[in-house]
Design a protein around this ligand. Structure first.
Ligand SMILES: Nc1ncnc2c1ncn2[C@@H]1O[C@H](COP(=O)(O)OP(=O)(O)OP(=O)(O)O)[C@@H](O)[C@H]1O
Ligand SMILES: [Mg+2]
Length: 257
């Protein structure tokens, strides 16, 4: 079942620049899709249009078959995690996690005991249950990023959007969090759209990758299919050659004999 569909989507900024050009792309229910490409290729713009943070200039974006171009961000049922995951510094981790739920209005507002239950459940999932009374500054970078992720998950979003969520972390932590994010996805099965410019991150996380360049979709498919069958020179250079070089470097560091 298709959860998210971009149909002929173009984004033209006010200065006339086309950051995304006539994009057709589907994300299946429960799928982990990675948008991959070099800096400036339009990854964030693609994600931000889905989130409702940027207008769509042409075409339509659908969630569950409904066109959502004009729906406000809060009504789209999405959770978002960004590179700069501003937590509220004066609130405890528990309050940071529950903030979005507590601010909901009308029918959307859950009863307090349900909010408490969800926060506890999410904290457990993110291994933050011992940290709930602390303030963000008392946590490590990795723990803070887990709070940011928990804050998105606690709302049980239909689709989880992540824009380079690991790029502020050091290499070791990035590696750990990558495994964590994949584990969470395997546990929860939330449809996910994840933006990165890191080829290894894309290959290890994705069910499917979609490669962009200059605002145009170059190719999409399962990571190994794309790696084994690049459809054009850009994909060959940006993905295949890059990965081969990493493998060559590793082999030269650790010769077989
Ligand atoms: N508000 C804006 N007005 C005009 N051009 C913009 C605006 N925002 C982004 N752009 C341009 O659109 C293009 C795509 O930007 P976008 O942020 O989507 O790239 P990206 O793939 O996320 O890059 P990065 O990996 O550096 O985050 C870039 O060339 C950028 O300069
Ligand atoms: Mg970006």
């Amino acid at each position: 079942m298709v959860e998210v569909r971009y149909e002929g989507v173009t984004k033209r900024y006010d200065d006339g620049f086309e950051a995304v050009k006539n994009l057709d792309l589907e994300v299946q229910d429960g799928e982990f899709l990675v948008l991959l490409g070099p800096s400036g290729c339009g990854k964030s713009t693609t994600l931000r249009m889905l989130a409702g943070l940027e207008d769509v200039s042409e075409g339509s974006i659908q969630i569950d078959g409904d066109k959502i171009n004009d729906l406000p961000p809060g009504a789209r049922g999405l959770g978002m995690v960004f590179q700069s995951y501003a937590l509220y510094p004066h609130m405890t981790i528990a309050d940071n996690l529950s903030f979005g739920l507590r601010m909901a209005k009308g029918e959307e507002r859950l009863p307090d005991d349900e909010i408490i239950r969800r926060v506890q459940e999410t904290a457990k999932l993110m291994e933050l249950d011992d940290q709930l009374e602390k303030k963000p500054k008392e946590l490590s970078g990795g723990q803070r990023q887990r709070v940011a992720l928990g804050r998105a998950l606690v709302r049980q979003p239909k689709v989880l959007l992540m824009d380079e969520p690991l790029s502020n972390l050091d290499a070791e932590l990035r590696h750990q969090m990558r495994a964590e994010i994949r584990r969470l996805h395997d546990t929860l099965g939330t449809t996910t759209v994840y933006v990165t410019h890191d080829q290894i991150e894309a290959m290890t996380l994705a069910d499917r990758i979609a490669i962009l360049n200059h605002g145009e979709l170059q190719q999409h498919g399962a990571p190994l299919d794309v790696y084994n069958h690049p459809e054009n020179e850009f994909v060959q250079g940006f993905l295949c050659k890059h990965i081969d070089e990493i493998v060559d470097t590793a082999n030269s560091l650790f010769p077989k004999e």
